[in-house]
Design a protein around this ligand. Sequence first.
Ligand code: TXA
Ligand code: MG
Length: 319
Amino acid sequence: MTTFLDQSHIDLAAQTLRDGELVAFPTETVYGLGADAMNPQAVSKIFEVKQRPQDNPLIVHLAHPDQIGQYARISSPLEQTLIQKLTPGPLTLLLENISIPDIVTAGHRSVGIRFPDHPLALALLSLFWWPICAPSANRSGRPSPTTTQMVLDDIDGRIPYILDGGACLWGIESTVVKVINDEIVIYRPGLVTLEDLTDLWDGQVVVRYATLDTGESPWVRYRHYAPMCEVRLLTDDVSLFDNSESVGVLVMHEMTTHPALVWVRVYDRWQSLAECAQRLYQSYTQADHDGIQILYVQQLSEHGLGTAIMNRVNKSVMR
Ligand code: TXA
Ligand code: MG
């Protein structure tokens, strides 16, 4: 479903935000559920609609890097470089918070700042000009929506307005990073990969994933990005495929010759990792529509974009 949008739709979306209401809008990653980040009452509606735990902070979206100084502090040349080289784009930078309300940051000292690279998101942000905080536009724990229909399937009737931008280009959420002691720490892998970040400084800067034990990554405990059906990793054990009626296999990157493929429902076979990422959540939703109860997902090797995809898959496997 792609609807032609004109300026009046953007005007109405901005007005809806000014009125303290929520607007779902497309970004290049996934659809966001936006509120005026400076209006705590409006922000509280996001937590209600999503049934999101209050301790999970929201990302703040801005139109232009010139706006950062009012809301957050850039305190390292590495942060400056990340902004210069990788925005707008699928990157969220955790910076020291200055003025963003506690409800948005869940009381953390840092705030996630992102500049989405999508014409509708940018048009809305440029018109509204205040920061828009927006998590993915799904109920908490569910797959992030990558089409308007997925937003409607999940939260229709609970939000007043949605800007329809068709399917999102990337399909999984932004990479979340923080600069700590001159290292780049990845809190959530995404489209901007560890390899991309390493190359940005020709290997001269340490880039690493956050570790659970130091509490650097507090929200990774919960099942997340998950369809209604049970998700399991595909192994070679065919005896698992007893009830083939309600079992599906999600074939991701390379073709597999797994014996189960001849007698269970097979979801897509994709040519590239980018395509895997773009279609992952749609396939999850499709499996639910088809009444699949157990979905086996082919595993990808964890480097480059494969890390981000398997991060989402592994979270949806958690119980
Ligand atoms: O691509 C995206 O990032 C999408 C689009 C809509 O921008 N947004 C998104 O938001 O995925 P959400 O809320 O679904 O995921 C944001 C992640 C959460 O895991 C949250 O815990 C983390 O970023 N996060 C946000 N602010 C944080 C902060 N101040 N400190 C630590 N983690 C933070
Ligand atoms: Mg989310």
